[in-house]
Ligand binder design. Structure first.
Ligand code: MLC
Ligand code: AMP
Length: 505
């Protein structure tokens, strides 16, 4: 018996003629089309030497073919390693060096710069995939057979590695197994009542848990259809919403749609479910959305390392400002952050989780993996929360120094390290400040040496090309000293207070 996620997906699609993806520009893929192309990709990857367990790193624009490539990789027994298209060459060099993929797939426009770097790092093949189904990988796929029998996999074999940045500034590869992904998606299918009659409006990127696993795996395991947009564009989403039954988004989607005059009850009358996650949804947004559309957004909570942990209920009350209940099969407790001792109900502490959803550890970082698990197997999320008397989980803060901007995680340490390396900089503190659009805006506070001729534009220019755009500070301020407590630790809370109204207008 194989526990391959791909085999499971295939076993659940009774009628391959059913529609799977309709792209924003009107191209259609049935399930049969997708399986045939996945088979071609799998054969092409094998021909390039991909063996079970080999990583295939992919940094490409969103397209139906890109999603089907994920299927092809896991069918071949490979480990899918998606990378944010915003990552710069400097960032990619780290990921490729760390993961040692056999194959790198990139945009046609990126290959000239990336291929030599990948080659130097020992990558056997650097091939391309464009957003119109073009590129050298597509040429190889076209020449390959569509017939492919999925390579058998055990439940704990890896299906994907997703890099997630860390407090130390060094990204860690979260290893996700076939059964991590399958079990969580099957749970969500039931919990959120997905069926083959659903049409999911998909405007998320597909290099993160939300767009790749939560949204796409649910569809793949029910035989539903997706309207697959290349990116989030409020006008386009408003145009497509009447044809959909469900949408998943980060809070910024909902904030932006609320600013659109076209959002009315009539527009969304066929929708049965709006899901929000990846960052806190303000209770005000939740309420405004209900007043405007008649729908209560269902907020859920997850992480790259754990897939989805909690969800507001489908039928019972969805409470704004909470992330609902632990999903079936997921154990969740609130513990003392220092000792790990479980705290009484109602108290605030570290959220810890255990279950089939929890990852297999960080790629080649056994010490980091060990440090983030308790002895009894609970994973320490780094999120602070409490459970109220009705059992709803509330996230009240973060024990980790993390900024979430438009659903993307930014670890201050990574940005501070880059800024501190600039000539004339003594030190810096990077903080998240409430932002009307992105939830939090990355903000840098910098101390320079006397006479240093560095200004805001100079800092931003120096960082551009070294860090992905979404990580760049929206503003940079200069101060004489950073506030410190008696232990010498920078008091970021004071800085956050000081700049609190910066992005509110
Ligand atoms: C783009 N920019 C961002 C940004 N996205 N800056 C900060 N934060 C972001 N998230 C930059 C652009 O590079 C651009 O810079 C400027 O901001 C304006 O861009 P835009 O056109 O407004 O951005 P847009 O393309 O519309 O993207 C915004 C967005 C997108 C919110 C739609 O970021 C997005 O799709 N986010 C979803 C992230 C996601 O899927 N997260 C899930 C992680 S999984 P310039 O300089 O060029 O003007 C996870 C687990 C879980 O967390 O629980 O789900
Ligand atoms: P990532 O590492 O990108 O997967 O981000 C995971 C983090 O996003 C979690 O640890 C939380 O801090 C945050 N997160 C995800 N969903 C929610 C939510 N609904 N509310 C608040 N924070 C969330």
């Amino acid at each position: 018996m194989s526990d391959s996620l791909y085999t499971l997906i295939r076993s659940r699609i009774a009628d391959p003629a059913r529609p799977f993806i309709e792209t924003g520009d009107g191209r259609n893929f049935s399930y049969g089309d997708a399986f045939a192309l996945a088979g071609r990709f799998a054969n092409a990857l094998q021909a390039m030497g991909v063996q079970p367990g080999d990583r295939v790193a992919v940094q490409v624009d969103k397209s139906a073919e890109a999603l089907i490539l994920y299927l092809g990789v896991i069918a071949a027994g490979g480990v899918y390693l998606p990378l944010n298209v915003g990552y710069t060459l400097t960032e990619l060099e780290y990921f490729i060096g760390d993961a040692e993929p056999r194959v790198v797939v990139c945009r046609p426009s990126a290959v000239a710069a990336l291929a030599p770097v990948a080659g130097k790092l020992g990558v056997a093949h650097c091939v391309t995939l464009g957003d119109k189904g073009d590129g050298t990988l597509m040429d190889k796929a076209a020449a390959a057979s569509p017939d492919f029998t999925a390579v058998p996999r055990a439940a704990s074999d890896l299906a994907a590695i997703l890099y997630t940045s860390g407090t130390t500034g060094r990204s860690k590869g979260a290893m996700l197994s076939h059964s991590n992904l399958a079990s969580n998606a099957l749970t969500l299918v039931d919990y959120w009542r997905f069926t083959k009659d659903d049409v999911l409006l998909h405007a998320l990127p597909i290099f993160h848990t939300h767009g790749l696993f939560v949204a796409s795996n649910i569809v793949l395991l029910t035989g539903a259809k997706m309207i697959f947009l290349n990116r989030f564009d409020a006008d386009e989403v408003i145009r497509q919403l009447p044809r959909a039954t469900a949408m998943m988004g980060v809070p910024t989607f909902y904030v932006r749609l609320l600013q659109h005059a076209g959002l009315t009850k009539e527009l969304v009358k066929h929708i049965r479910l709006f899901v929000s996650g990846s960052a806190p949804l303000l209770a005000d947004t939740h309420k405004e959305w209900e007043a405007r559309t008649g729908h209560r957004i269902l907020e859920r909570y997850g992480m790259t390392e754990t897939n989805m942990n909690t969800s507001n209920p489908y039928d019972a009350e969805r409470i704004a400002g909470t992330v609902g209940f632990p999903l079936p099969g997921v154990s969740l407790r609130i513990a003392d952050p220092e000792t790990g001792k479980p705290l009484p109900q109602g108290e605030i502490g570290m959220i810890e989780v255990k279950g089939p959803n929890v990852f297999q550890g960080y790629w080649r970082m056994p010490e980091k993996t060990a440090a983030e698990f308790r002895a009894d197997g609970f994973f320490i999320t780094g999120d602070l929360g409490k459970i109220d008397d009705r059992g709803y989980v509330h996230i009240v803060g973060r024990g980790k120094d993390l900024i979430i901007s438009g659903g993307y995680n930014v670890y201050p340490k990574e940005i501070e390290t880059e800024i501190d390396a600039l000539p004339g900089v003594v030190e810096s503190a990077v903080i998240g400040v409430a932002h009307r659009d992105f939830g939090e805006g990355v903000t840098a506070v910098v101390v320079t040496s006397k006479g240093a001729a560095l200004d805001e534009a100079g800092v931003l220019k120096a960082l551009d090309g070294r860090l992905a755009k979404f990580k760049l500070p929206k503003r940079v301020f200069f101060v004489d000293d950073l506030p410190r407590n008696t232990m010498g630790k920078v008091q970021k809370n004071l800085l956050r207070d000081q700049y609190r109204d910066l992005y509110k207008a």
